[in-house]
Design a protein around this ligand. Structure first.
Ligand code: GDP
Length: 525
């Protein structure tokens, strides 16, 4: 068990995200977590705050109209001697690219599962992204206050569909209307629903103080079930959890603020402090003295009065101090970090210093983009902020041809923010934009109009798929690019991209060019 050391800023930090299928209770749980951190006074403030921000911002009205959250925000709060950085992710799958990038900046995740529904499509997809990086996962089975599935079947489903071992730390006492609380294995304590009291020690499953919580006719069956769970399930093991093979499971109800304290205590005790990060030339350890970090998210118009762009950077090592100079490795330019910001649920405030694991917002006017590494001078680039081949490709047309240059500039800026991907065909024809979900196109059109005064329309393109092409044989790659001129484009970094009208034709080309690798994922840098 990690015991946070108040004097050591790194071991105190827990940087995590919540992954779940929409409606499982992520927002409700976030609110309750923030309550524990004292970051907000009232439950409901997360949504209220979002609404307040939305009304101030025109393009975010898309979000409001559709009741979804487009932006990823960061919430920092302190609890139990730890500093928690909770990275929020958009719920709608059309913005999943944002979510994947955010997951590249966390060290742990909480997986929220609706107890009536079990593992749903998006939970599974997000879990797979976490698994790619072996991110340890704590599971919270939510909505126990409603009719729900048998706990064994839920654990079994996690084990089978995610190939992840489960270790129930608590066990529900009743469910739905008779949900009375949870029993904690090992500690032999009972936490009662709707009670702020400390957990009550009991003598075991037979203790009358425990059995009195259940309807008399349910006691024997419950005892048998709990005993089976205690003896049959795997015990919690820190090493297996840290390696991403085993998840501790908690049962609760976010709405009733039940089970949340056990969850956050587990995050403090078990979740890892900031991990080392792989860069291109070497691995960077969090305790290194020099500051390094990478940008995983750019957000525009957080404050429409200032038209600012905030780059969210995860600090990977060292100490970031206000006013320090940092090198943007991609351009070689230095920038002053004059006003790095921390984001609390209530507000943002200037950060005087930040450490590995922290996420700071850096206001800038377009010099930073997604994937950028900042250092105190060393030329290294962090890996792991991926780009995924878009599922929808559209050609952009504007009615006023005189504004073509402006359009290109606008698209470049918005692509740097990660709103869309931009592909410039080698044959000089009009730019194509690529998105994972159709709502991204709505955001793009709204922002082109609101911020650049461009009335853009989308046309379908004859291409529907694109792949980054690379090869260990530069001659083979060049010859492929030269012979497929009208199907080739460059992405924002000038990397070659092959576009194809169908899966079938892509396969055909891939088979005929075995020396060329066609990839649907690209790491930034
Ligand atoms: P999100 O889409 O995952 O952010 O889910 P929300 O937090 O917005 O919750 C979706 C719905 O489930 C809302 O109506 C919540 O009030 C409700 N909900 C969340 N947690 C619980 C819970 O523990 N019990 C019950 N009964 N409802 C819940």
């Amino acid at each position: 068990m990690t015991t946070p050391q108040p004097s050591d800023p790194i071991s105190r930090r827990r940087t995590f995200a919540i992954i779940s299928h929409p409606d499982a209770g992520k927002t409700t749980l976030t609110e309750k977590l923030l309550l524990f951190g004292g970051a907000i006074q009232l439950a409901g403030a997360v949504k209220a705050k979002r609404n307040a921000q939305q009304t101030r911002s025109d393009w975010m009205s898309i979000e409001r109209e559709r009741g979804i959250s487009v932006v990823t925000s960061v919430m920092t709060f302190e609890y139990g001697g730890c500093v928690f950085n909770l990275l929020d992710t958009p719920g709608h799958e059309d913005f999943s690219e944002d979510t994947y990038r955010t997951l590249s900046a966390v060290d742990a995740a909480v997986m929220v599962i609706d107890a009536a529904k079990g593992i749903e499509a998006r939970t599974r997809k997000l879990f797979e992204v976490c698994r790619l990086r072996d991110i340890p996962i704590v599971t919270f089975i939510n909505k126990l206050d409603r009719e729900c599935r048998d706990p064994f079947s839920l654990l079994d489903e996690i084990e089978k569909t995610l190939a992840l071992d489960t270790a129930p730390v608590t066990w529900p006492i009743g469910s739905g209307r008779s949900f009375a609380g949870t029993y904690r294995f090992g500690a032999k304590t009972v936490r009662k629903v709707d009670s702020d009291a400390e957990p009550m020690p009991v003598g075991g499953l037979e203790d009358p103080a425990l059995t009195a919580l259940l309807p008399a006719h349910d006691v024997a069956a419950w005892q048998e079930e709990a005993m089976l769970a205690e003896e049959g399930c795997k015990p919690f093991e820190l090493a297996a959890f840290r390696e991403g093979h085993l998840t501790p499971v908690f049962f609760g109800s976010a709405l009733r603020n039940f089970g949340v304290r056990d969850l956050i205590d587990a995050m403090a005790a078990y979740a890892p402090s900031p991990r080392g990060q792989e860069a291109d030339k070497r691995a960077v350890a969090p305790a290194e003295p020099k500051m390094t970090g990478f940008v995983f998210k750019i957000q525009a118009n957080m404050d429409p009065n200032h038209r600012d762009r905030i780059a969210f950077m995860r600090v990977c090592s060292g100490r970031l101090t206000r006013g320090m100079k940092a090198k943007i490795v991609r351009t070689g330019k230095m920038m002053s970090l004059n006003a790095p910001q921390f984001f609390f649920a209530r507000d943002r405030s200037i950060a005087d210093e930040a450490f590995a694991g922290d996420v700071v917002g850096i206001p800038n006017h377009g010099v930073l983009r997604i994937g950028d590494t900042l250092t105190e001078g060393e030329d290294i680039s962090f890996r792991g902020v991926p780009s995924f081949a878009p599922e929808i490709l559209r050609r952009i047309v504007i009615s006023d041809a005189m504004k073509a240059k402006k359009l290109r500039e606008a698209l470049r800026q918005l692509a740097e923010e990660g709103v869309v991907q931009l592909f410039l065909p080698n044959d000089g024809s009009g730019a194509l934009v690529g998105v994972v979900g159709a709502l991204q196109l709505d955001v793009l059109a709204t922002r082109l109009e609101a911020e650049y005064g461009l009335d853009a329309k989308y046309e379908t393109s004859r291409f529907s798929i694109c792949r980054w092409v690379t090869s260990s044989d530069p001659v083979a790659l060049k010859s492929f690019i030269d012979s497929h001129g009208s199907s080739m484009a460059e992405d924002l970094d000038g990397a070659p991209v092959f576009m194809s009208p169908s899966e079938f034709s892509l396969r055909y080309d891939a088979e005929r060019h075995p020396a060329v690798v066609f990839s649907d994922v690209k790491d930034y840098q």
